[in-house]
Design a protein around this ligand. Sequence first.
Ligand code: SAM
Ligand code: SF4
Length: 355
Amino acid sequence: MTRPTTLSDSFGRVMRDLRVSLTDRCNFRCLYCLPETEEAANFYRTKFDPQRNPNPPTLRLPDWKPRSEILSFEEIERLVRLAVNLGIQKIRLTGGEPLLRQGVEILVGKLARIPGLKDLAMTTNGFLFIRKAEALKAAGLQRISFSLDSLDRDNFKKITGRDGLSEVLTGIDRAQELGLNPVKVNAVIIRGINDHEMEGLAELARKRNLSFRFIEFMPLDSGRAWLKDLVVPGREILRRLQAKFALHPVPCAHASETARRWAFEDGRGEIGIIAPVTEPFCGHCNRLRLTADGKIRTCLFSLHEHDVKGLLRSGASDEEIAKILRGIVWQKEERHHIGEPDFVQPERSMSCIGG
Ligand code: SAM
Ligand code: SF4
């Protein structure tokens, strides 16, 4: 029998995209991810409905993993090399905040040299980007996505817990100057928080020639305070933006693309709408995640994680690890169950899973 050379699941999906979390820690406290501030607590308190939910949200931060439990660069490199041999084409470094990981550019350099890897990207909140920009580009980073949920300094601070709007905007400019193309920007839209800013954010995309992604709020916050009423459905986002801009659909490049994309009339910049809650795209999912502490997650909403750190640290051979990886992927969940009575929010928040 010939050995399968890809990571395929029992539903016929072939994995091409691995998201690697470099740390579970973060220098922001986004209210949809790691809510901690008094303002975030007050916001959720006003939305809390005891009729529908017996448990009031408690804004509890996760316990940070000790350094010894976090994968080293050598361990990450080995796993990525194995994954690329098994058909992974794209690596996205994420977190927590990946730029908090000391020497991140050294890891980027190691990964960029792996033969067969086609795309090396990073998702960051951008606060520290300016300090690392040149080193990351020189090391071989190809693309970058920033998170930016507001253009209003006070609202930015309310959402992220940090007065950092100007640092992020400067980082975005720098990434464009360096030719990290296309520079993507993600905004999680939350009703009553930043839904009034959608048009302004889209205008920024047009003016600065950015690929802007509007994302539905998912139940992955550490406070477990997510409510369906806070989700602005993708269709509503589109309706609002179409009322202001002439938008032309951009054909999908790959079936696995998560965003429905639209171009502006003058051809500068584009917007994409990612609606995992109201229009799930699980049927074409080709993504896997590796957490900072060395667990493979086959779905954002997985209730089980598969430890690979133990394998790496107990002397398993590449062949053995590859075989185990294939077995893990075979069990990938068919879809998520958000909004269904049997939905259970994963134990760990987006910051620990690696968005
Ligand atoms: N710290 C980096 C950042 O914020 O870009 C990378 C990690 S963050 C977990 C990755 C992405 O997940 C960000 O674009 C963020 O907006 C998104 N995210 C976090 N929590 C989310 C949630 N509850 N629903 C939807 N997206 C979320
Ligand atoms: Fe940190 Fe990113 Fe989560 Fe915000 S979304 S708290 S920046 S990990």
